[in-house]
Design a protein around this ligand. Structure first.
Ligand SMILES: [Zn+2]
Ligand SMILES: [Zn+2]
Length: 284
């Protein structure tokens, strides 16, 4: 009996050290952040970052056997093209977080009361994002959901003095919202479809990353970097840097190499060659 306990301990210690080796090894692939230029996120927002120790001390959300599903709640009217992109996003998020992801039936924009709407500077309808978190999502969260993210067809704003926001999350309640309004391109066929999808993958994985306790990353180029504009989002990477991969692995306990392989298969299947090339270095 004692022998088995001893062997088990050895196995678990060796698994842990393998992962630590992995994160150390892939840190060689972390690309340094350039000096922020005026208008970019880090130029406008002085951020302190988040060490691994601070992340652990924050008691981040961890999935359990019963509470392990990431649920996506579309709000508004989505056409067939957009629904196909949402399904691709679902597959990507399953690979990214190594957890089951489901898309719930869409609910109407009419659920938002008139006082929580406004007309934005481009004459577009905008919804007050905190209302979606506090009054729409929290009460819809079931016991199996480790995170619940709404996808809004309309533009969002976080507070009256802000023009807009791509997405907003609550670390405490594990809910968030992402808008597809600004991801649209003039022509949603061919390469533009890929651009729309890339924005959707990037912002949704970033917002759900917040729900698992990740703060904005200032260590390296990383999907958890803050973004001030669509240009900055498009220039950014889909990859989680080694620091952020280590944090999310601490919570979700996936095999990081298996995760990278699943993500590579997905990126290959949708033809994201540049993102595939960057992530592939993590296997070398
Ligand atoms: Zn963010
Ligand atoms: Zn990072």
């Amino acid at each position: 009996m004692q022998k088995w306990v001893y062997i088990f301990l050895l196995v678990s210690i060796s698994c842990k050290s393998n992962h630590e080796d992995y994160f150390k090894r892939i840190s060689a692939n972390d690309e340094k952040l350039e000096e922020p230029k005026p208008g970019e996120w880090l130029h406008e927002h002085k951020e302190k970052g988040q060490t691994f120790q601070r992340f652990v001390r924050s008691n981040p959300t961890k999935p359990t056997a019963l509470k392990n599903t990431i649920s996506i709640q579309p709000i508004g009217l989505f056409d067939n093209h957009q629904n196909r992109q949402l399904e691709k996003m679902r597959q990507y998020l399953e690979a990214f977080f190594q957890l089951p992801v489901e898309i719930l039936p869409a609910i109407s924009n009419q659920i938002i009361p008139g006082t929580k709407w406004r007309i934005g500077s481009e004459n577009q309808h905008q919804i007050l994002a905190p209302y979606i978190l506090d009054s729409v999502l929290i009460k819809r969260k079931s016991d199996k959901m480790v995170a619940l993210m709404a996808i809004s067809q309309l533009d969002l704003y976080p507070k009256p003095e802000w023009n807009f926001v791509f997405g907003l999350s609550s670390l405490k309640n594990n809910v968030g919202v992402t808008s597809i309004h600004r991801f649209r391109t003039r022509n949603q066929t061919g390469t533009d479809t890929l651009l729309f999808l890339r924005r959707l993958l990037k912002v949704s994985s970033h917002e759900i990353g917040h729900m698992f306790g990740l703060k904005h990353c200032i260590e390296a180029r990383c999907v958890m970097n803050g973004s001030n504009s669509l240009d900055e989002t498009d220039r950014g990477t889909l990859r989680l840097c080694s620091h952020c991969q280590r944090k999310i692995q601490f919570s979700i306990q996936f095999d990081p190499e298996d995760r990278t392989k699943t993500l590579l298969n997905f990126l290959n299947s949708i033809g994201f060659k540049a993102d595939y090339k960057i992530l592939h270095t993590d296997l070398n």
